[in-house]
Design a protein around this ligand. Structure first.
Ligand code: SAM
Length: 263
């Protein structure tokens, strides 16, 4: 599906792309083919795609796997997917943040920007083999950031705890219609066991949230602001540091000590 075909489909179906729903359609078949190749889809796989849009990825996925489920919020686009693919895809009409997800082995999507964060967090709660997602470049950099960099964030640590993550390819804004303001990137997420253990995962994620929510504050103060008060004499490391300077492993040590000090 090139730019002309995308324009034709949009006018035939009277589709007026909504910025609020991240409706920037990929118009480069070669990028779409590489996206699918990166996902290494096999005929035994169940695949989930969020936001099929006009179907550029859907077309390549539909016959490559055992079962393809797509979730599309926009009625005109869902109608187009239903009429184009019929029984070849299982279409769920609705909000991918609200509807239940089926079981899947691979997750392949060009994600709408406004819901990239909650979708990635929801994805991480599932059991799957591999995800390959297109996201805004800045978001991709936050996903795969290194400690101490400006991109190092709550998102980075949550992903690092559960998966290997890397940027595979940058995709210029010119490859989409309508053209977004920023470039995109294709990112791979491969789940693996956590690289370190923590006493309480619940406390670990709470500490991560508090520390990055108040990343300019020292950790003691950031935790206090989020309702976690460390007793004065407790033996807890890193309280005078800022969260962005700690490696995920150090955040694990911090959260274990916070858990001991506050239980
Ligand atoms: N996959 C197509 C492509 O690559 O050209 C479209 C990608 S476009 C960036 C994002 C798609 O997600 C749009 O089809 C949009 O309608 C859909 N979408 C936006 N918010 C959604 C939501 N909450 N749940 C499901 N789909 C959503």
């Amino acid at each position: 599906m090139n730019r002309n075909e995308t324009s034709r489909l949009m006018s035939e179906r009277n589709i007026r792309p909504k910025k609020s729903k991240g409706q920037n359609f990929l118009t480069d078949e070669r990028v779409a083919s590489r996206h699918i190749e990166f996902a290494s889809v096999s005929p035994d796989d169940n695949v989930l795609e969020v936001g099929p849009g006009l179907g550029i990825l859907t077309e390549k996925l539909a016959d490559a796997c055992r079962r393809l489920t797509v979730i599309e919020i926009e009625n005109t686009l869902a109608d187009h997917i239903e009429e184009t693919f019929g029984d070849r895809v299982h279409l769920i009409r609705g909000d991918a943040l609200a509807v239940p997800w089926p079981e899947f082995d691979r997750f392949v999507s060009n994600l709408p920007y406004s819901i990239s964060t909650p979708i990635i967090f929801r994805l991480l709660d599932h059991d799957f083999k591999k995800a390959v997602v297109m996201v805004q470049k800045e978001f991709a950099e936050r996903m795969a950031a290194c400690r101490g960099s400006v991109d190092y964030s709550r998102l980075t640590v949550n992903i690092y705890y559960r998966a290997d993550c890397r940027i595979l390819e940058n995709v210029p804004a010119s490859r989409f219609k309508p053209r977004p303001k920023v470039d995109s990137a294709i990112v791979e997420i491969v789940p693996r066991p956590p690289p370190f253990t923590v006493v309480s995962e619940e406390m670990f994620f709470k500490v991560v949230d508090a520390g990055f929510l108040h990343r300019r504050k020292k950790i003691r103060s950031a935790l206090r602001t989020e309702g976690i008060t460390i007793p004065e004499n407790a033996d807890v490391p890193f309280l005078d540091d800022r969260m962005e300077t700690l490696s995920p492993e150090d955040i694990g040590k911090l959260s274990d000590a916070v858990y001991e000090a506050t239980r």
